[in-house]
Design a protein around this ligand. Structure first.
Ligand SMILES: [Zn+2]
Length: 211
């Protein structure tokens, strides 16, 4: 599947799963110095490959008639400082709730390790600005996800599928946390507990075959 076809596929899935309402999100995928990105102001479930612009890593338009997403500077800033090959940004409900009320998402489930543990909330700045791009870049350091204050969430991956699954996981973790807060005080896993999970994952048990 071409990069632009991938954007159409995952754009459609993001809307289907309710992670994106209409135009409130954007996706990009990188190959070499080129980045295919969803266009500005287009519904993500109605994209065609030709609609998706291609920019270079310096932000020059290389292909396409439509303007790239207004959040393209944020995508390029993340590509510039990570080895990410794909980025997904949405205004998903529970991610946005956490991003409007807290300064970070604590690890209340060990699967948070897949995103780098604690998910930080990038300081608020107007959408599409270099300030927001810099704030997200800082919050993403060493992580696969960040939340953007009063805005939404952003995840990275080695493929668009990976970045998309990270967005689903981020939303699930935020939902567990927010719903947990409504019935009690969610317990946060300690570093010791998280290290034990890493240890366990690195040394899975093997089951002897019955002879
Ligand atoms: Zn946004």
């Amino acid at each position: 599947m071409s990069l632009r076809e991938q954007l159409c596929e995952y754009g459609r899935r993001a809307v289907e799963l309710g992670l994106v309402i209409g135009t409130s999100g954007n996706l990009s995928v990188r190959e070499g110095d080129l980045v295919a990105v969803t266009p500005s102001g287009a519904a993500l479930d109605r994209l065609t490959p030709e609609m998706c612009p291609v920019v270079d890593v310096e932000g020059y338009l290389v292909e396409g008639d439509l303007q790239p997403s207004s959040e393209t500077p944020m995508h390029l800033a993340v590509y510039a400082t990570t080895d990410a090959k794909a980025i997904v940004h949405t205004h998903s409900v529970f991610g946005t709730i956490v991003a409007t009320t807290m300064t970070e998402l604590p690890p209340v489930h060990y699967n948070a390790l897949l995103l780098g543990g604690v998910v930080k909330v990038a300081e608020y700045a107007t959408y599409g600005t270099p300030e927001l791009a810099a704030n997200v870049q800082a919050a993403m350091e060493g992580k696969k996800a960040a939340l953007m204050a009063n805005h939404g969430g952003v995840t990275v991956g080695a493929t668009l599928e990976e970045a998309f699954e990270a967005t689903r996981l981020l939303e699930w973790l935020c939902e567990v946390y927010v719903r947990g807060l409504s019935v009690g005080k969610p317990a946060v896993l300690t570093n010791e507990q998280l290290n034990a999970v890493i240890e366990r994952a690195l040394n899975p048990p093997t089951f002897p075959r019955r002879l």
